[in-house]
Design a protein around this ligand. Structure first.
Ligand SMILES: [Zn+2]
Length: 395
């Protein structure tokens, strides 16, 4: 009687267990990779770098311990003539064709495509383009008031979208409206050339037109102008973009906003270049702020990381400048940094993963739970992973 019961139970459980195992193995490619980061056999973390000894923030380089080959390229490494990016005529799709490129090509989420006669876009998720094929890539518009012109070309930019837009991309609820809201800059930078706090001229402009002193962390808010002409009016009508009445404002144009920011920041470029982004065998970074790990980004190969290193690091420059211990009540103990990273990675192991893109050569999974992010695999290898603390607001 007892034996019979046992057999019946076993009959029920064995197949279910097998099934369960399969699901776990399939789901946890990201978790396996995160475990490797914790174990530290293949990867290591470099010395934390701070802007000043008072900073509450730090950058920690992620280093690879062994060399390995790479069987793909990243889009920013390819000459413009070898990739054809065209408007599909739909707001959320661009078509990509590789010309004479034999290896697959990774496109990072948040890559900016500048429209030539059509609206500019950003890629919604990380994807790997297949050679000799027409690839359709999911995108969002980053210039609300500009129209769409089918078949018009777009070019790939080196810069990635600012953090505010990236936070929307890693949200499971992302929408075109949220991207427009995050890309629009409402304020104008104050006309200051020296810091009112310390007199330094090393001023940094954030994407939101805030001015931050790189010397003492003083923050000057953007001046808001209540001009009805500055309202973002999304235009998604398909047609010839040249016949359109021009908007009085370009504040909804992500590329123009970035250009303005970059021009202003030329002054502090020397300071920014000290942030460790291009160490030998560096494949990523961890950003630490006063609350612990803010986020991390990692590739599987130094060449992939190098294609993005500067633009990613610059995206965090304002945090590095702003976070200071004014009253010395808090301080960032650099010996506690590795514990903070470990806790963050342990949290990451508990996240759920949903497949968001799949083709014959790659798959991309989005994390959800306590943290946000995504990763892309080719075969059984993770080629790129981002993880960050969840944003509390998106615009
Ligand atoms: Zn200052």
């Amino acid at each position: 009687m007892k034996l019979f019961k046992f057999l019946r139970k076993a009959e029920k459980e064995i197949p279910r267990n097998l099934e369960k195992k399969n699901i776990i193995r399939k789901k946890n490619v990201g978790a396996v990779f995160i475990q490797q980061l914790i174990d530290g056999e293949m990867f290591g973390f470099g010395e934390p770098w701070q802007l000043t000894s008072d900073s509450l923030s730090a950058v920690v380089p992620i280093l690879r311990k062994f060399d390995r080959d790479r069987n793909y390229l990243v889009l920013q490494e390819i000459p413009k003539a070898k990739v054809n990016v065209a408007d599909s005529g739909r707001i959320n799709r661009l078509s990509f064709e590789l010309k004479g490129v034999k290896r697959p090509v990774f496109v990072r989420a948040g890559t900016i495509f500048k429209g030539h006669g059509t609206q500019s876009r950003t890629s919604s998720i990380g994807v790997v383009l297949a050679p000799k094929k027409l690839n359709l890539v999911e995108v969002f518009c980053v210039h609300a008031s500009h129209g769409i012109s089918p078949r018009s070309g777009l070019s790939t930019m080196i810069d990635v979208v600012p953090r505010k837009v990236e936070n929307v991309l890693t949200s499971p609820f992302k929408s075109q409206m949220m991207i427009w809201r995050a890309a629009a800059v409402r304020g104008f930078r104050a006309r200051v050339t020296v810091c009112p706090g310390c007199g330094s001229s090393k001023l940094l402009q954030t994407y939101e037109a805030e001015i931050v002193c790189m010397q003492c962390g003083y923050v000057i808010s953007p001046t808001l102008r209540n001009d009805p002409g500055n309202e973002v009016v999304p235009r998604i009508r398909v047609g010839d973009a040249t016949n359109r009445v021009r908007q009085r404002t370009r504040r909804d144009d992500l590329i123009t906003n970035l250009d303005e920011m970059r021009k202003f920041n030329q002054e502090v470029e020397k300071m920014l270049s000290k942030i460790p982004a291009d160490l030998n065998s560096q494949i990523g970074i961890v950003i630490i702020d006063s609350r612990g790990v803010l986020g991390l980004e990692i590739f599987d190969h130094p060449d992939s990381w190098r294609a993005f290193s500067r633009s990613i690091v610059h995206n965090y420059a304002d945090i590095l400048a702003k976070e200071r211990a004014g009253d010395r009540l808090f301080e960032l103990k650099t010996d506690k940094v590795s514990d903070a990273i470990r806790r963050f990675l342990e949290k990451a192991q508990k996240l759920s993963e949903t497949s968001t893109f799949k083709n014959k050569i790659s798959e991309t999974w989005m994390f959800s739970g306590e943290l946000a992010g995504e990763y892309t695999t080719m075969g059984s290898d993770v080629i790129h992973l981002t993880l960050k603390r969840k944003a509390t607001k998106y615009a």
